[in-house]
Design a protein around this ligand. Structure first.
Ligand code: AMP
Length: 433
């Protein structure tokens, strides 16, 4: 399958080729022809699958056929995205893919001055990319007119719902003409997404591509058990010992991200944090410094990292496991992109074992566990003793450690919690869902 067979016009094919893409990704080859037909689409695809181009390319084509922008025109396509970073990246993609066409785009999101956005909207745009809150600010002030929207895209709809944007989305929908094409992209499909899709889409074509974690076998995953208090030390050790080029490190909280970045800097490692409490300019700078290689370690919260398009990231570290198992999949999707090999490491303390069990259930398999020399679990936790006997063998009759990790330091699958106690030698865990 080549891009030529998808029905895209020459200007778009030229842009795709300038980007160096030769083969459409599965989401692109399935979705592009459907969108060009004018269908509503419900697409299950995560970041990293090429989903942005999957809706941007046909959207540009449809708009280019249905009119050329006169001055002061109102947006004919609206893309809603959950975060500022994702919105900015979508807008960049629109400009990249649309470089040989005359469709213009702009992006509006909160945390920055509204006046330049008002000016851009007044000049007129064909495509508006927006986060829901700031878009409603514009609507409230009468600085945007959505009455000409022909195509609506909800990008990362599940995340928008997670972030509590449902009411904003409903208010925005009321501002749109009822006759329009609707495209909904979501990494996960739960009841809330289904409800939104049911109320929004007309006879949608359903497109699903394999989840990244099943498709992208080029991401190797490992769990390093470690006492809660020694995580930072272990991370610094790994960065140094393994001579990492760069890593994206996830913490659960903004405060944790700040603290870790500061501690790494104290350890002599060039690190910075990115999260929602930082100003937009600080976030943009942190991302730019990381992309340029000036910063080695970017510490991020899930929401801040959502949709970050960082090419060929070699390491992703779960410093804290996420509360929501799906976030694990999003996180590790930040590495191993476009055929590159990636490593996703999780530093897991005994307090997090239930979270790990849930993640493994979602993955449908166990993540190999590797104890790092010098960071043996017992050393820091002071919790239950190892099941290892003095001769190095395990005592099969003794219950396994209640922390769930077992005491073996070799590479082996993680057991699924308590019920695995005493069972040995099984290679895979329960299939979840
Ligand atoms: P996305 O899922 O939209 O975030 O895209 C993930 C990455 O894949 C981006 O860096 C795109 O530039 C890249 N990409 C998109 N389509 C293709 C393609 N057909 N071939 C190679 N890379 C692609």
């Amino acid at each position: 399958m080549s891009f030529d067979s998808l029905g895209l016009r020459a200007e778009l094919l030229a842009a795709v080729s300038t980007e160096g893409y030769t083969i459409p990704t599965p989401i692109q080859s399935k979705t592009i022809p459907l969108i060009l037909e004018g269908r509503d689409v419900l697409a299950g695809a995560q970041t990293g699958t090429g989903k942005t181009a999957a809706f941007t390319l046909p959207m540009l084509q449809l708009l280019s056929l249905s009119g050329q922008g006169e001055k002061g025109r109102f947006p004919r396509a609206l893309v809603l995205a959950p975060t500022r970073e994702l919105a900015a990246q979508v807008n960049e993609s629109i400009r990249t893919y649309g470089r040989n066409l005359r469709q213009s785009s702009t992006v509006v999101f909160g945390g920055v001055g509204i006046q330049p956005q008002i000016d851009a909207l007044r000049r007129g745009v064909d495509i508006l990319v927006a986060t829901p809150g700031r878009l409603l600010d514009h609507a409230g002030q009468g600085t945007v007119n959505l009455s000409k929207v022909e195509i609506l895209v909800l990008d990362e709809a599940d995340r928008m719902l997670d972030m509590g944007f449902i009411h904003d989305i409903k208010r925005i929908l009321k501002l749109l003409p009822s006759k329009r094409q609707n495209l909904l992209f979501s990494a996960t499909y739960n009841d809330e997404v289904k409800r939104l899709a049911d109320g929004l889409l007309h006879n949608p074509a359903l497109v699903e591509v394999a989840r990244r974690n099943t498709a992208a076998e080029n991401v190797s995953q490992v769990v390093h058990p470690v006492g809660h208090t020694r995580k930072r030390e272990l991370l610094s050790h790994l960065i140094r010992e393994k001579d990492w080029r760069q890593a994206l490190v996830f913490t659960r909280t903004k405060h944790g991200a700040n603290r870790l970045a500061t501690q790494l800097v104290t350890d002599g490692i060039n690190a910075t944090a990115i999260h929602g409490n930082k100003s937009q300019s600080a976030r943009t700078k942190a991302l730019a410094d990381f992309k340029s290689g000036a910063v080695k370690i970017l510490v991020a919260t899930d929401i801040a990292a959502r949709g970050l398009d960082i090419d060929s990231l070699p390491h992703v570290v779960n410093y804290d496991l996420p509360n929501v198992p799906e976030d694990y999949v999003h996180r590790i999707g930040r590495t191993g992109r476009a055929g590159a090999n990636g490593i996703a490491l999780s530093l897991v303390s005994s307090e997090e074992k239930d979270l790990l069990v849930n993640i493994q259930r979602l993955l449908g398999r166990n993540i190999p566990v590797e104890e790092v020399q010098g960071f043996k679990f017992e050393a820091s936790s002071g919790s239950a003793p190892s099941t290892r006997q003095p001769d190095g063998r395990h005592d099969h009759n003794r219950p396994r450690r209640p922390d769930g990790f077992g005491g073996n330091s070799s590479r082996r699958p993680f057991r699924q919690g308590k019920e695995a106690a005493g069972r040995r030698g099984e290679a895979t865990g329960r299939k979840g869902r």
